[in-house]
Ligand binder design. Structure first.
Ligand code: 0PR
Length: 372
């Protein structure tokens, strides 16, 4: 490091210059994160120094985490759900698989997941030593319960369903998968990292939560559609004993046991996540989600009017299209099948969709033949 420090002015002009190299949210269509809500930023700054890894020192902050879990449990039809705030979907999924393994007595256990599962399950299997069995999807990019039935066996300790897939925004048939898991005594985890903050606010949305018997745990990320600051995920469990299966002794802390993966844990983003829910309430969140879904539909309609067909009609605000090249400076992504993927997050407002469609229209104006 430097022998002598720099002045604050020099330091911040350096930091600001680096920040200016980052992409502008005005053109980011590829991200499942968004600009944090102003109340999340304010709440985060208020709790900047708090550490939920030693909750006895920060009982007020710890009570916010419990309230966040209670709010989400209630939203997911199980007010008594237990859980904790993770760093995001990856940690929640890792912990769910650790729980499934810890609560089973199978010697060579496997986990059966849809092929649409986020790559965090690869990490989770690597860390837990679980054999990962990927199951092909149906024609609508959803998990196929019949193929799940073929894939499970007496060594299966866990099944996973996705509520809002990363690439195509689909919700798996959670009730059917949960029934299958229940019939075979298998732990069933729902990855609702993205959809968990969308589906409860949509009329007629597919079911995915604790209202379904057999759903044992749910991952949901406030730092995605919850508009919190990063990092903010949550893992919710139907039964407290499952979470306690991960407890380790922490002799010199203010609590004597912990079940979390991280030790030191941020209170700031937890306060941020709760702040958004409290400030917007159900109606405010529903308005944001309605806006994002409306923009998704408008994007699909606009793209199809240029002859660029959707791949599938999504259950949440992730739109996918036949692959086309995209003009600068738009930031888009492509699925593993090569489909163009656009996520209509809260920062992607209606004006941005129109500007994008206009650019696409101009970009293809001269090549209409090859394009359609
Ligand atoms: N489960 C699902 C269904 C997800 O979509 C994701 C992340 C995860 C779990 C893992 O969550 P964390 O990344 O919070 O651990 N989905 C996004 C993705 O991989 C994450 C993301 C967000 C990537 C913003 C890029 C980005 O700019 O696409």
């Amino acid at each position: 490091m430097r022998n002598k420090g720099v002045s604050e002015e020099e330091l911040f002009s350096f930091l600001i210059a680096r920040k200016q190299e980052d992409k502008d949210h005005q053109h980011i269509l590829s991200s499942m994160c968004t600009l944090p809500h102003p109340v999340a930023i304010r709440a985060h700054s208020l709790f900047m120094e708090t550490n939920l890894g030693d909750p006895g020192l920060f009982p007020g902050t710890a009570s916010l985490e419990q309230l966040l879990i209670r709010r989400l449990g209630t939203l997911f039809h199980h007010p008594g759900a237990c859980g904790y705030a993770t760093t995001g979907g990856t940690e929640s999924n890792i912990q769910a698989l650790r729980i499934a393994k810890a609560t089973s007595d199978i010697s060579s256990p496997n986990v059966v997941i849809p092929e649409s599962a986020h790559f965090s399950f690869k990490k989770a299997c690597d860390m837990t030593g679980l054999e990962m069995r990927g199951v092909p999807l149906d024609n609508n990019f959803r998990a196929d319960p019949d193929l799940f039935l073929e894939a499970i066996d007496s060594n299966t300790c866990c099944m996973v369903g996705i509520a809002g897939t990363t690439e195509y925004g689909m919700v798996d048939p959670i009730r059917d998968l949960a029934a299958l898991a229940r019939d075979h005594g298998i732990f069933f985890h729902v990855d609702a990292a993205f959809g968990g903050m969308v589906l409860p606010f949509l009329d007629g949305a597919p079911e995915f939560d604790f209202a379904i018997p057999g759903v044992q745990s749910i991952a949901v990320d406030p730092h995605k559609m919850g508009m919190s600051t990063i990092p903010a995920g949550c893992l919710l469990l139907r039964n407290e004993k499952d979470l306690c299966s991960l407890s380790v002794d922490t002799p010199y802390l203010t609590v004597k046991q912990e079940f979390t993966l991280s030790g030191t844990r941020p209170g700031g983003s937890v306060a941020g996540a709760l702040a958004v829910l409290e400030y917007l309430g159900y109606e405010g969140m529903a308005a944001v989600v309605r806006g994002c879904m409306g923009n998704t539909r408008r994007l699909i309609e606009g793209m199809e009017s240029f002859g660029i067909p959707r791949v599938v009609t999504p259950d949440v605000n992730v739109a996918t299209f036949k692959a086309v090249t995209i003009p600068d400076p738009w930031q888009v992504s492509f699925t593993r099948n090569g489909h163009l993927r656009i996520i209509c997050m809260p920062h992607v407002h209606a004006g941005m969709i129109e500007a994008f469609l206009q650019d696409i229209g101009e970009h293809y104006a001269e090549t209409v033949d090859s394009f359609s």
